[in-house]
Write a protein that binds this ligand. Sequence first.
Ligand code: UDX
Length: 423
Amino acid sequence: MKIAVVGSGYVGLVTGACLANLGHEVICVDKDKKRISSLKKAIVPFYEPGLPELVKKNQKAKRLSFSSDLSFAVIASEVVFIAVGTPPKKDGEADVSAVRAVAEGIALAMMKKDGFKVIVNKSTVPVGMGDIVTKILLEEGVDDELFSVVSNPEFLREGSAISDFMHPDRIVIGASNNRAFNLITELYRPLNAHIIFTSVKSAELIKYASNSFLATKISFINEIANICEKVGSDVTEVAYGMGLDKRIGGQFLNPGLGYGGSCFPKDVSALIHLAKKSGYEPKILNAAGAVNNNQINLFIKKIHKRLGNLKNKKIAVLGLAFKPETDDLRDAPSLKVVAALKKAKAKVAVYDPVSKLSEFTNPYDAVKGVEAIVFATEWNEFRELDFERVKKLAPNAIVFDGRNIYDKKRMAEVGIEYYGVGR
Ligand code: UDX
């Protein structure tokens, strides 16, 4: 099929490259001409394992191309994906102005040339956005026989986005008629995935509800970790024992500094805003956000309690990205830890294997002469650090492990004082 994907960020570029890899002919669109020109050279402006190779391969096969001309791409396509950002406004509401602007552009393009098209909202949008996109097209004069708007939310995790696309647990298609549903089902047929057909509004809410549930699950285990510290249980053992219950499952039960990234914080606040605006006060969602925000404070308090006044104390923070296998710093808990330590006038040395904000090229240079080492992101390269070498570089360093990479026993073996989360 001929497909246009509007928005060449994490979601749009992964979607476009993967659909091309399935054999479709894809034009990825972005209004940022600089981004388009680097993409034409298969230069991907963010870190996502495997994506540059996938882009290059499909460009060479002439299945994937890039353009900043929205009209051209829409007119050439049967299916148009909207995959632009919906960042949070100050009050938490999703800012859908980019989605609206793209819908206007699509409408103008469709007025130039007839032909039935399916417009697919891939972006995470508030319930009801499908109706708004439909209204925009009708108001521009597009014949309602010539288009259908579908909601097809993505469930891609940064760092594993390509495999998440190629092996989805489910594909959610929210459509108002069979024709649109069948066309999008056909588009995904090569994936042999479990496809569900829902209303547009249910598909829109499935996305928010899924992300908010995962975020709530993380805040739940963080709450249990905080209780463990008071009563002397070990949250790692507790989480393991809980996770063996198939109804609970062991994933997303890792306590620590809490969740960050460009999705969970914004999706939880957007769902809270949507609920309130619709006349319902979401108590669990509010609590999930509050527990998450408090995790950082509890962690900083732990450092203050042990080290006392942090003024001029050298502290290394290992890990900046909001999670491993990405360079994304959006809402990264690590940045809040660094800010709090600097506010307490500590001298902070930061290292991250991928992020450009890293001040060192390896963790050992970062820990030289420090009094404390903070693990803020569970990068694999931190799992096998040479602690004999660390001890030589920082003889009295105390480890504050924000992601429970290590444990007390392992640190006692190398003679290092250790504080984890919920241990
Ligand atoms: C998430 C959803 O997983 C994905 O389905 C959706 O499409 C986009 O949002 P992402 O934000 O890329 O993906 O990362 P994810 O792996 O979900 O982690 C989100 C945050 O939760 C990270 O800050 C991570 O450190 C934290 N986390 C995750 C925990 O604190 N504990 C866990 O057990 C799991």
